[in-house]
Design a protein around this ligand. Structure first.
Ligand code: 13P
Ligand code: SF4
Length: 331
């Protein structure tokens, strides 16, 4: 929930209590001014702002009405009755919100906010895979375009991928597009043959087992958390692997005093601000260049100018919706 404040000064004071370690003072005041104006416009236009866990701390703490992982945000997008949704995340997430809400205006503040996984394959690639493995159902990670979802039987996210694959009545499953997530799922569902694509997340592919070993050498009590888009040997070397929301819950609920996050770097700041009693280590700041395009300035312009509206033409939208709804019905 965005911090409520009756003035810029009040918002600045609240942000200072939470984010003084993240931003220098003058920058924090500027962030408070922008966030205050966004929240004023949000009310005026009756908009809902959804924010992914990778948003920078000022957006995450002071602007988004709801924050979450891909699955939680897809669910929230399906439930809202507000006429405008501003999606603080990357394009496939905003597109998912539009697929589920065709009559609403869904805005993404930066058109270039893509995803290396979504860009790694096309609907034609999926059709070719289906021809090569006749009868094998296609599970599309939500990090895909609407056209790719439309060619797929069912979607999944990082929080339900293994459950979705296990639910299918088929021995061979085509899992697209994340090669590493596919391998991590295959370990959890050993009775299925998984046909994978070769997509990778440009952030998570950078983590290595040496990173984990070095962290444990330096901090023997550290608890290592890895997103399932990391390479399988990294996930195997970690203590816990889960979606961004699952990692946030883990830090909140687990007694560990010191954790290391093998995921996008802004989320470390967001978790650290919420858990001042814990030490949140990061190897180095690996930001997603696409998520980083969503700024306070771009969000303010999005609300002012109602830009950039996401559109998904029929019949792609209704076919993609079927794949998303099958997922939402299962997990
Ligand atoms: P989550 O669904 O875990 O939030 O992951 C989305 C994503 O793009 C991670 O890189
Ligand atoms: Fe895509 Fe990776 Fe960025 Fe997530 S972190 S949006 S998977 S490029």
């Amino acid at each position: 929930m965005a911090i409520e404040a009756e003035s810029v000064a009040a918002l600045y004071e609240q942000l200072k209590r939470r984010l003084a370690d993240v931003y220098p003072d003058a920058e924090l005041f500027l962030k408070a001014e922008l966030a205050y104006e966004i929240n004023r416009l949000k009310k005026e236009k009756n908009a809902l702002i959804l924010g992914h866990n990778y948003m920078e701390p000022a957006l995450y703490h002071a602007v988004a009405d709801l924050v979450g992982d891909s699955l939680e945000l897809a669910r929230r997008a399906a439930e809202t009755d507000r006429p405008i949704i501003v999606f603080l995340g990357v394009h496939f997430m905003a597109e998912t919100a539009k697929i589920l809400n065709p009559d609403k205006t869904v805005l993404i503040p930066a058109l270039g906010a893509g995803c290396s996984l979504a860009e790694s394959l096309t609907a034609d690639d999926v059709r070719r895979l289906k021809a090569a493995y006749p009868g094998a159902p296609v599970v599309a990670y939500v990090n895909t375009s609407a056209e790719v979802k439309a060619e797929s039987e069912i979607c999944c996210t990082s929080s339900n991928a293994a459950r979705i694959v296990a639910s299918l009545d088929a021995e061979t499953v085509i899992f697209i597009p994340d090669q590493y997530l596919a391998a991590n799922v295959a370990r959890e569902v050993p009775d299925k043959t998984i046909v994978a694509w070769t997509g990778r997340c440009i952030v998570h592919e950078q983590f290595s087992v040496e990173d984990v070993t070095a962290a444990r050498r330096q901090f023997p009590d550290v608890v290592v958390l890895a997103h399932p888009e990391c390479p399988p040997d990294v996930v195997a070397a970690a203590d816990f692997s889960g979606s961004t929301a699952a990692m946030i819950r883990f830090v909140r609920e687990h007694p560990a005093r010191r954790v290391i996050l093998l995921t996008e770097c802004a989320m470390g700041d967001n978790i650290a601000a919420e858990n001042p009693d814990k030490e949140i280590l990061r190897l180095s700041c690996r930001r997603c260049p696409y998520m980083q395009m969503i700024t306070l300035e771009a969000t303010l312009e999005a609300l002012r100018e109602l830009r950039y509206p996401v559109e998904v033409p029929e019949p792609v939208r209704s076919r993609a919706r079927r794949a998303l709804e099958r997922m939402l019905a299962i997990a």
